[in-house]
Design a protein around this ligand. Structure first.
Ligand code: ADP
Ligand code: MG
Length: 497
């Protein structure tokens, strides 16, 4: 793996040109993912979206005197599952620490986290890029911690409200090594991480609900030089913001360095309206959190058999599914990648491909269907066109009832009619059946040759011109003539080899 990374570094992917030459970006992400769980990390209070303020707060979450945290076994299982999905080391021994700081939405006065002994150690994520190449981003660690509550400043001009519904919710912090070299790679990594977590069912991955947010560590260097000083952009919660924040921050650092300045290590915020990052605090102002082991919680010791049982029941991971789609269905790496990026898509494809030409099915799903759904802003699970419909359409192409060209028309009818009629019924209703009756095709050919004697003569020396005749015949037959039959007959009649 290290070798692959060295080679990748030598290829020096995507550089940003400054006034004085090229710069390379170095990026490491700390992703906070909310654990998919009905209850909180150390209390039995519900976790849910849309509850009224402070309706989901137990005495533990509110940090009433004498309350004791009790570790949620299911959240631990989710963290282990995630670690396995990241091909990471699962630590049999881990421990919870208190991270002390004061904030109104943190009633305990500390956050329970895992600094010294995280539950998951080193792992890796394979990240495919749009250009078809792939990189491996190494994972440094994954640890469990509590989320804080929310301070609401915009309800009253003179007061801040505190909502503790989120306080105590379980988060997984997933820290990458500084292996990312461009904003595109950062976004691709974040997306892949999301796909893996959603497959595993360990995080809902709903960005709009804040299920995943990332702290982006960014530095720049001359290619081949040691790492530069980094800045950390806090709480980036969308793919687009990540792209913008990293690009802005890299340019800011390059300008400072090219002017002979130095980068101050600091924590910055991304302003999505102005599309810029702003200083929040410098390293000197960094908190001293006075971490120490939480005396209310025993160290967490996992049994090998328990970890093994989770491993046995792990779902098929995106990378494995992709490899299987390529080998089992003969799909291209690109199509397989598009289909597996979302579990519902992958399931849809497999349901439609049963017993059919799978490559053809993949084409119809990734091109026609997905672009129509995207235009309509719909998910594949909401599609009126079912896998059975796509299978039916492909079957009609396979048995030559319709040509691929007419299939596009059939698909448009399927879409417009919201899946009420089957593809076969649509072909029947609109008279779209392919004409294989050679008599009808011959008649059309004879008429076209008669009307264009000069072209018919010229094509004998210039067989490429046959395409024009094919086009005319298709037009004359309303696109329904069987293309193979048209070609055969045209060649015979025109005397073209
Ligand atoms: P800390 O514990 O002080 O936050 P870490 O070493 O744990 O620092 O790194 C935090 C994150 O910053 C990691 O994701 C890591 O990959 C990234 N990182 C470390 N050094 C650099 C650097 N020079 N440039 C960009 N990212 C970096
Ligand atoms: Mg950190």
């Amino acid at each position: 793996m290290t070798n692959a990374l060295d080679i990748r570094a030598a290829e020096a992917s995507q550089h940003i040109m400054g006034r004085t030459g090229p710069w390379e970006l170095v990026i490491g992400l700390e992703v906070h993912a909310q654990v998919a769980s009905n209850t909180k990390l150390f209390s039995g209070a519900r976790v849910g979206f849309g509850a009224g303020p402070n309706e989901q707060v137990s005495l533990v979450d509110a940090a009433m005197p004498g309350m004791l945290p009790v570790l949620n076994r299911f959240c631990v299982e989710q963290a282990v599952k995630t670690g396995l999905g990241l091909r990471a080391q699962i630590n049999r021994f881990s421990r919870f620490d208190r991270k002390n700081y004061f904030y109104p939405d943190l009633p305990q006065g500390y956050q329970i986290s895992q600094l010294f002994h995280p539950i998951v150690g080193e792992g890796e994520v394979l990240v495919e890029k749009d250009d078809g190449t792939a990189i491996t981003v190494r994972i440094e660690r994954l640890h469990l911690e509590q989320d804080a509550g929310k301070s609401i400043h915009d309800l009253d001009p003179n007061a801040t409200y505190v909502d503790l519904n989120r306080a105590g919710t379980a988060l997984m912090e997933i820290v990458s090594k500084p292996d990312i070299r461009s904003s595109d790679e950062a976004v691709a990594y974040f997306k892949k991480l999301r796909t893996i977590l959603v497959y595993l069912g360990t995080c809902d991955g709903d960005m709009e609900k804040g299920n995943m947010r990332a702290d982006c560590n960014v530095s720049v260097r001359r290619p081949g030089q040691p790492f530069g000083t980094r800045c950390e952009i806090k709480n980036v919660n969308s793919f687009r913001f990540m792209q913008q924040a990293i690009e802005y921050e890299a340019r800011r650092q390059i300008e400072i360095l090219e002017d002979g300045g130095a980068i101050d290590q600091e924590t910055r915020l991304f302003d999505a309206v102005k599309v810029e990052t702003r200083s929040m605090r410098s390293k000197e102002e960094a908190h001293d959190y006075r971490y120490f082991p939480d005396p209310d919680l025993l160290p967490l010791e996992l049994e090998e058999a328990w970890i093994e049982a989770i491993r046995q029941h792990l779902v098929e991971l995106p990378d494995n599914k992709k490899a299987r789609f390529i080998s089992e269905y003969g799909l291209s790496s690109y199509d397989a990648g598009v289909l597996i990026s979302d579990q519902a898509r992958a399931d849809y494809f497999e349901a439609a491909a049963k017993g059919r030409d799978a490559k053809l099915v993949a084409n119809w799903v990734t091109n026609a269907l997905l672009s129509r759904l995207a235009e309509a802003g719909q998910e594949i699970g909401e599609s009126f066109i079912t896998p059975e419909h796509i299978a039916g359409l492909v079957e009609l192409i396979e048995n030559e009832t319709i040509s691929s060209k007419i299939a596009k028309t059939v698909f448009e009818h399927m879409w417009d009619e919201k899946g009420i009629l089957s593809p076969a019924e649509i072909v029947e209703k609109h008279g779209l059946k392919q004409v294989t009756d050679t008599g009808a095709i011959e008649k059309a050919i004879d008429e076209i040759i008669a009307a264009n004697p000069d072209k018919a003569e010229a094509v004998k020396d210039k067989p490429q011109a046959l395409g024009w005749f094919v086009g005319q015949v298709m037009k004359a037959t309303g696109g329904k003539a069987n293309p193979a039959a048209v070609n055969e007959l045209l060649k015979a009649k025109l005397g073209v080899e």
